[in-house]
Write a protein that binds this ligand. Structure first.
Ligand SMILES: Cc1cc2nc3c(=O)[nH]c(=O)nc-3n(C[C@H](O)[C@H](O)[C@H](O)COP(=O)(O)OP(=O)(O)OC[C@H]3O[C@@H](n4cnc5c(N)ncnc54)[C@H](O)[C@@H]3O)c2cc1C
Length: 334
């Protein structure tokens, strides 16, 4: 048995072969994470002393990051004591993770390749989550995939998902070919740490691409309920797609507190709005990066591109949070 000591002062035991993230969870210590498969790099932390062991490939790290001592806690273990620098979640208690049965309440096409799925929970089920978190859906044949919760109503008996069709995808084939109202599924969650930290007085900026708008929508809805002293100074949402029909939801209509900037990368000549990539459009708006906090969700390419550009432009590195919608199939299946 070895011990992991975090820069926050938290410490917990770890058994060989168990990931640092799982060992933390078992001891009631919360560390940031998202994909849990070594792809997205949300759980990136730095080894300050000691040796860790690799459980699965760290696809979310560059060779340079590995050489500097960065690891992904979801796919690393330890057999001797290790000291790690990791984000302190500041005492935020994550809601209990549960596996529950659920039925499809409704299915609606929001765009040619996007479905809005509303799931119904059993009347007696209690399911709490923080806006921005995701769930895993487990299909009848055991296929398990991650989808973000698109609505902020924790405690409600319905959950909203926005699901993009992935070509050749096992779960996409189900959603877009077979799924019907009343189908029985299972969910596991809530999962992930893409929720608001302290944002009082800061300029809160969301960057989203595609269905990455789903958790942003949930967080936006929850901001309406924040007490005055917890509110950000401003809220800006940049949502990117290729063509106008990719921007399938009315984000401007969610409350009156945010500025909404739709961005298209392959717009036709009739489009009068912003063009290009969300991170470039954000920089063209000359944000006050010293006082900004950025939450980015969607494609891995956007997230890495945005983080790199914004931090180089002056955003403090610890004020960039992300949820990369990477493939959520188990790594052995790829
Ligand atoms: C934390 C998290 C939250 C997510 N939330 C959402 C959400 O709210 N809405 C949503 O539409 N998607 C979301 N995703 C992405 C979704 O889980 C995956 O796209 C999923 O793998 C699709 O399942 P599938 O069975 O259709 O395709 P799979 O059978 O998993 O994959 C088929 C092929 O497509 C590739 N592939 C799969 N997904 C992706 C991807 N996202 N990007 C690039 N290549 C891919 C695979 O490598 C494989 O070659 C989320 C992912 C994560 C990790």
């Amino acid at each position: 048995m070895a011990e992991i000591i975090l820069s926050s002062g938290d410490r917990f035991d770890i058994q060989p072969g168990v990931s640092i993230l799982d060992a933390a969870g078992k001891s009631g210590v919360f560390m940031p994470y998202s994909c849990k498969s070594g792809r997205c790099s949300t759980c990136k932390c730095k080894v300050l002393s000691g040796e860790t062991t690799v459980l699965q490939a760290e696809m979310g790290l560059t060779d340079g990051e590995k050489a500097e001592g960065w690891i992904l806690s979801c796919v690393r273990s330890a057999s001797a004591d290790v000291v790690l620098e990791s984000e302190d979640l500041g005492g935020i208690e994550l809601p209990a993770v549960k596996t529950l049965p659920c039925r499809i309440g409704s299915l609606e096409k929001l765009a040619p390749d996007v479905l809005r799925v509303v799931l119904r929970l059993p009347p007696t089920a209690v399911f709490d989550f923080l806006p921005g978190q995701y769930i895993d859906i487990i299909g009848a044949d055991g296929v398990r995939r991650s989808y973000s919760l698109a609505s902020a109503q924790a405690g409600s008996k319905t959950l909203e998902l926005h699901i993009r069709a992935v070509e050749g995808g096992a779960m996409s084939a189900y959603w877009f070919g077979q799924a019907k109202v009343n189908d029985l599924l299972r969910l596991n969650g809530p999962l992930g740490t893409f929720f608001l930290r302290r944002v009082a007085g800061l300029d809160l900026i969301f960057l989203a691409t595609g269905t990455g708008i789903a958790p942003v929508k949930a967080i936006l809805e929850s901001i309406e309920g924040l007490a005055e002293e917890q509110r950000p100074r401003s809220v800006t949402v940049l949502w990117g797609g290729r063509v106008a029909e990719d921007l399938y939801a009315d984000i401007a209509a969610i409350g009156a507190r945010h500025r909404y900037v739709p961005v298209l990368s392959r717009a036709d000549a009739g489009w009068t709005g912003s063009r290009g990539h969300v991170q470039d459009v954000l920089l063209s708006l000359e944000p006050d990066l010293d006082n900004a906090v950025v939450y980015a969700c969607g494609s891995d390419a956007m997230i890495h591109g945005a983080q790199d550009r914004l931090v180089r432009a002056g955003l403090p590195a610890n004020r960039f949070y992300s949820d990369a919608f990477v493939c959520s199939a188990p790594t052995s299946a790829n």
